[in-house]
Design a protein around this ligand. Structure first.
Ligand code: GLC
Length: 560
C-alpha cells in the first residue's frame, strides 16, 4: 500500500457560520476561526476542511454560491482568508476547501444570464427543458421537498434543481462550463489550497434523456436518484478533472457520494483510476433510516453497524482508502445518535472517538464533537433555520401531521442539530458571539464547553488529543489491516489491526449494560500494553475474558 500524507492525517471540519463570531453580528466568520487557530493546533489535527465561505445569498448556508472567486461578506474578505490560510500553514495544518459544483445559486451571474433567453451563451450551463403536457419535464423530486423542476416565465421553460429552487443544477455536459470549473479550481490551488471536499459530486452526471423515475424507485432516494446518482459520465468528468487540474498538485480530494456501496466506491477511489482519493459513504449513517427515508427513524443494531464497517474496511483495504466519520454539518450529533447523551455522555463520546481513530481510513472530526456536543431540542419551529427542515415541516403540516409530532423527528434528524454555535465557555451565548447568534445556542453550554473541557484532565477533549497523538505515533493504527472479532455480539465491537508483526486489539462495549469479551484463543493480554482506555483499568493478568463497564473502550498493543 502506498503511503500518503492524507492517509496519516486527521481532518477537522469547520462550519464557519457556527464556529466563532469576531464581529458581534451573530454569525461566525474568518477572523473568528483565526482567533481559534491555537485551539486547533493544540488538538493536534493535521487538516482543516472549511465548509463553503464563498459569496452566497445563504439560502443553504453557503452551499448556494453566487461567486466562486469572492468571500461571503458576512465571513470577511479575501485578506482574512489569506491570513487564515497562512495561520494554518504556519502551524503545519493544511487547508481543504469545499467545492460545490453540482449547482450554483440562482443569483450566480451565469444563471442570471442563462435564464434571460434561450439563445444566451450561458443557456447550456444549466439544465433547461420545456414542460410536458403543461407539467414538469419529469417526476423527479427535490432533495429539499417538492418537484425538482422550477418553471421560469421568461422563456416558458423549466430548470432542474435537485436541491432547493435557489440551487439550479449545472450542466456538466457543456464543455465551456467544465473549463470554467477547472479554471476556478486551479485558481484556488494556485493560492495554496491543499485539497477539496467535493459536494454531492456523484450527482453531476445525469442520464441525458432525464427519464421519469419509476414508482418503485429506491425509496431512500425517491426523487429520481437512479438517473443522477453515479450517472453515466461521472467517471469521465472526474478523470478529466484529475488530468487537467488535480494531477498537477499534491492535494487531497474527498467526494461526498450518497448511494455508493464499497464496490462503487472503489470505482472512485481505486488509486489506479485517477479520480478521487476518498469518498464519504452514507451506508453507515443510513443504518437507522426506515422505508420512508431520512425522517423515518428506526432503531439500529450493533451487528448491522459492525457488518457495514467491516465490509468497507475489507473492500477498500487494498485498492482505495476509507473516510471515517460519524457526523458532519448535515447529520445529527454522533453522541446523541450512536452513544448516549445523558448519563454516559462522556464515556460514549470517548468510545465513539476510539472507534473513529482505530479503524483504517482518514478520520474526520466535526466541530464540537471533540467536546461531546449533543443534539438540540428547540421548543418550536421558529427556532429552526435549515431550509431542508423548514420545507419538510411545511410539507408535513400540509399532510395533516401535528407540530409536536414533526418536531420529534426534527429532534432526531434535523441538520440544525449540528449547526448550533460551538460552545466555547459558559458565558452568555457560549462565548460564540457578543451579539445575538443566527441560531440559538444549545442550553447545555453551561456544562458542555471548551473551557471546562480544557480544565478537566478526564474530558472528552483531552481524550481526543491523546487519541490523535496515539494514531500519529502508531503506523498500525493507520495502515494496519482490519479483522473483526465476535461478529454476532450485540454489545461488543472488537477487532484487530495488524501491521507486520504488530497487533492492536480494540474492545468497545457499545451498550449501557456491562458486557463480557472472551479473548480468542490465540490472543493473550498478559503482556499486552494498554494504549488508551476510557475507564481506569487494572492489568488483565492471565484472565481469558475482559469484563467491560457501560460504554467502556480499551485499546491494547499485543506483544507477539
Ligand atoms: C451537500 C451538503 C449540504 C447541502 C447539499 C446541497 O449534501 O453537505 O449541506 O445542503 O449538498 O449543496
Amino acid at each position: 500500500m502506498q503511503k500518503k500524507w492524507w492517509k496519516e492525517s486527521v481532518v477537522y471540519q469547520i462550519y464557519p457560520r457556527s464556529f466563532k463570531d469576531s464581529s458581534g453580528d451573530g454569525i461566525g466568520d474568518l477572523q473568528g476561526i483565526i482567533a481559534k487557530l491555537d485551539y486547533l493546533a493544540e488538538l493536534g489535527i493535521d487538516v482543516v476542511w472549511l465548509s463553503p465561505i464563498y459569496r452566497s445569498p445563504n439560502h443553504d448556508n453557503g452551499y448556494d454560491i453566487s461567486d466562486y472567486y469572492e468571500i461571503m461578506s458576512e465571513f470577511g474578505t479575501m485578506r482574512d482568508w489569506e491570513e487564515l490560510r497562512d495561520g494554518l500553514h504556519k502551524r503545519g495544518i493544511r487547508l481543504v476547501m469545499d467545492l460545490v459544483v453540482n449547482h450554483t445559486s440562482d443569483e450566480h451571474p451565469w444563471f442570471i444570464e442563462s435564464r434571460s433567453a434561450v439563445n444566451s451563451p450561458y443557456r447550456d450551463y444549466y439544465i433547461w427543458r420545456p414542460g410536458k403536457n403543461g407539467r414538469e419535464p419529469n417526476n423527479w423530486l427535490s432533495e429539499f421537498g417538492g418537484s425538482a423542476w422550477e418553471y421560469d416565465q421568461t422563456t416558458d421553460e423549466y430548470y432542474l434543481h435537485i436541491f432547493s429552487k435557489k440551487q439550479p443544477d449545472l450542466n456538466w455536459e457543456d464543455i465551456s462550463l467544465r473549463h470554467e470549473i477547472h479554471r476556478m479550481m486551479q485558481w484556488w490551488l494556485d493560492r495554496g489550497v491543499d485539497g477539496f471536499r467535493m459536494d454531492v459530486i456523484n450527482m453531476i452526471s445525469k442520464v441525458p434523456e432525464l427519464p421519469d423515475a419509476p414508482p418503485t424507485d429506491n425509496s431512500r432516494y425517491q426523487w429520481g436518484g437512479a438517473f443522477f446518482i453515479n450517472g453515466p459520465r461521472i467517471q469521465y468528468f472526474l478523470r478529466e478533472m484529475h488530468k487537467k487540474v488535480l494531477s498537477k498538485y499534491d492535494v487531497m480530494t474527498v467526494g461526498e457520494t450518497r448511494g455508493v456501496d464499497p464496490e462503487k466506491a472503489n470505482l472512485y477511489v481505486d488509486a489506479g483510476r485517477h479520480e478521487l482519493d476518498m469518498v464519504f459513504q452514507f451506508e453507515l449513517l443510513e443504518l437507522d433510516y426506515g422505508p420512508g427515508g431520512k425522517w423515518d427513524v428506526i432503531p439500529w443494531k450493533l451487528t448491522d453497524f459492525k457488518q457495514i464497517i467491516t465490509q468497507w474496511q475489507r473492500e477498500l483495504q487494498e485498492r482505495g482508502w476509507n473516510t471515517l466519520f460519524l457526523n458532519n454539518h448535515d447529520q445529527p450529533r454522533a453522541v446523541s445518535r450512536f452513544g448516549s447523551d445523558t448519563v454516559y455522555r462522556t464515556q460514549s463520546a470517548k468510545l465513539l472517538a476510539t472507534l473513529l481513530f482505530t479503524l483504517q481510513g482518514t478520520p474526520f472530526i466535526f466541530q464540537g464533537e471533540e467536546i461531546g456536543m449533543t443534539n438540540v431540542r428547540f421548543p418550536d419551529i421558529s427556532h429552526y433555520r435549515d431550509v431542508e427542515t423548514l420545507n419538510m415541516y411545511r410539507q408535513a403540516l400540509n399532510q395533516g401531521m401535528q407540530p409536536g409530532e414533526i418536531l420529534q423527528s426534527i429532534y432526531l434528524r434535523g441538520r440544525d442539530n449540528a449547526r448550533t454555535p460551538m460552545q466555547w465557555d459558559d458565558s452568555p451565548q457560549a462565548g460564540f458571539t457578543s451579539g445575538i447568534p443566527w441560531i440559538d445556542v444549545n442550553r447545555n453550554y453551561t456544562s458542555i464547553n471548551v473551557k471546562q473541557a480544557q480544565q478537566d484532565p478526564g474530558s472528552i477533549l483531552n481524550y481526543y488529543r491523546n487519541l490523535i497523538r496515539l494514531r500519529q505515533s502508531h503506523e498500525t493504527l493507520v495502515y494496519g489491516s482490519f479483522r473483526l472479532l465476535v461478529p454476532e455480539d450485540e454489545r461488543v465491537f472488537a477487532y484487530l489491526r495488524s501491521l507486520e508483526r504488530e497487533k492492536v486489539l480494540v474492545i468497545l462495549n457499545f451498550s449501557e449494560q456491562e458486557a463480557r469479551f472472551d479473548l480468542p484463543e490465540k490472543l493473550d493480554l498478559a503482556a499486552a500494553e494498554l494504549l488508551i482506555s476510557n475507564y481506569p483499568v487494572d492489568t488483565p493478568g492471565k484472565a481469558r475474558s475482559v469484563h467491560l463497564r457501560p460504554y467502556e473502550s480499551r485499546v491494547y498493543r499485543l506483544k507477539s
